[in-house]
Design a binder for this molecule. Structure first.
Ligand SMILES: Nc1ncnc2c1ncn2[C@@H]1O[C@H](COP(=O)(O)OP(=O)(O)OP(=O)(O)O)[C@@H](O)[C@H]1O
Ligand SMILES: O=c1ccn([C@@H]2O[C@H](COP(=O)(O)O)[C@@H](O)[C@H]2O)c(=O)[nH]1
Ligand SMILES: [Mg+2]
Length: 239
């Protein structure tokens, strides 16, 4: 079981019943209406789902180095990289109808409703000619995971988990300097709390399914990639 209660205590608030962890509940009815809005597209008579050849979920705490390693994976193995956080930030920048809700959710370190994030991921997957997807920073919670399986109709082939000490993640985030609204100590504390309470259960789920590849995320970027490379090589993923 991946739990970090002791190392998180100085960074997260003591109460477990804070509103940060109250995620919206969805009924089956909502999912039914949602799936009818996004028919799986066919290209050359082959359904979207059948065109997918390999899905990797990339998980890890905030600042664990997911995005950095994804760039290296793309260079070496030729995946289509979909960062859920980047898609949401693009949505904010485009001033779409969900923009302000997404911005407030990210500022609070909470999780955007599944239907919004999955719609963005699905659009990117459907419009890509690539059949191999690297989905970075998603699923964030069990509800995200179940919704993805229902709507996309697929499961990840493998899941990478970048395991990084909290102190190192905090140091990296505070030094990132990319102008992100959530790279401040208040939001970082909330993101760590959400990671532990909602994201680690997803990590544990895939560990139990035998799909999880745990990577020690301490060291140089190249040292970390030395652990990542054999995972894809063993799956015979080629460029
Ligand atoms: N191995 C490493 N050693 C030191 N710094 C690193 C390492 N890998 C990444 N970084 C730096 O740490 C910061 C966070 O990395 P990155 O953005 O890849 O993390 P992330 O897991 O995608 O974070 P988030 O969940 O917030 O998107 C960046 O400034 C990056 O340059
Ligand atoms: O599936 C997702 C992914 C991200 N979010 C929100 O975005 C921020 C930033 O995400 P990064 O992966 O760190 O770039 C995250 O804290 C969430 O607020 C989300 O809701 N769902
Ligand atoms: Mg990232």
């Amino acid at each position: 079981m991946w739990r970090r209660v002791s190392s998180l205590t100085q960074f997260v608030s003591p109460t477990k019943s804070s509103s940060i962890l109250n995620q919206p509940a969805y009924t089956l009815k909502i999912w039914e209406s949602f799936t009818t809005q996004f028919p799986n597209l066919e290209k050359g008579g082959i359904s979207f789902k059948d065109r997918i050849s390999f899905i990797t979920f990339v998980l890890g705490g905030p600042g664990s180095g997911k995005g950095t390693q994804c760039e290296k994976i793309v260079e070496t193995f030729g995946f289509k990289h979909l960062s859920a956080g980047d898609l949401l930030r693009r949505e904010i920048a485009s001033k779409s109808e969900y923009g302000s809700m997404i911005l407030n959710t990210i500022k609070d370190g909470r999780i955007v409703p599944s239907e919004v994030t999955i719609k963005l991921i699905q659009k990117e997957m459907e419009s890509s000619d690539n059949k191999k997807f690297l989905i970075d920073g998603f699923p964030r919670c069990e509800e995200n995971r179940i919704a993805f399986e229902q709507i996309i109709g697929a499961e990840p082939n493998i899941v990478l988990f970048f395991d990084c000490p909290v102190e190192e993640m905090v140091k990296r985030l505070l030094n990132r300097n990319q102008g992100r609204v959530d790279d401040n100590m208040d939001t970082i504390k909330k993101r760590l709390e959400v990671f532990e309470e909602l994201n680690l259960p997803v990590v544990n789920y895939y560990a139990e399914k035998g799909k999880l590849h745990k990577i020690c995320a301490l060291g140089t970027e190249d040292e970390i990639f030395e652990q990542v490379w054999p995972v894809f090589a063993a799956c015979k993923v080629i460029q």
